[in-house]
Write a new protein. Sequence first.
Length: 207
Amino acid sequence: MKAILPWLLVVVFAASAGTFYFSSSSKNQELETLRGQVKQLDEMHSQLDVMQKTAADQADQIASMQKDTQELLRLRNQVKQLGDEKAQLTKQLATAQSQAERSQAEVQQVQVRASENAKAMAEQQILQAKQNQAAVSTCITYLRQIDGAKQQWALENNKGADAVPQPQELVRYFPNGILPQCPAGGRYTLNAVNRAPTCSIPGHVLQ
């Protein structure tokens, strides 16, 4: 028994040493495994940070793109409004030009009519003046004939210078026995022999 005991102790010690070795080796492997997992976690954290930063950058880019899109839409809307305003202004300009052309044509027509009216009025005034002058000349001729009839009446009837004849006393000195009448509608006054007959219209005067 005493001879076996040392060997038993050696075996027990060896077994204990083996167990401790294997236990230590297992812990080292587990520790390495944990370290590897920690390293992986760190790497994942780093990747997560990078992804979060990338996501933030992308979110900023998306926000910027959305802002640019809104600005583009606003500009497109302004361009459309400007296009509509341009079309409306073009239409208004065409209408204004058409109205201006019509107005100019109307002004020209009015000017032509005014010129024609002025010409016609001038011609009418000239004609009226000629007619008035003719009437004056004719009336003076009649007054001269009446005065000659008065002188003939006074001579034949021995009448004095202040004698005033009656119309029926002078008709025999005129054709058809009718005293002449003023062509302008004036009324004749015979007056005395020593005075010239007169017409009621101004300007119809026998000098």
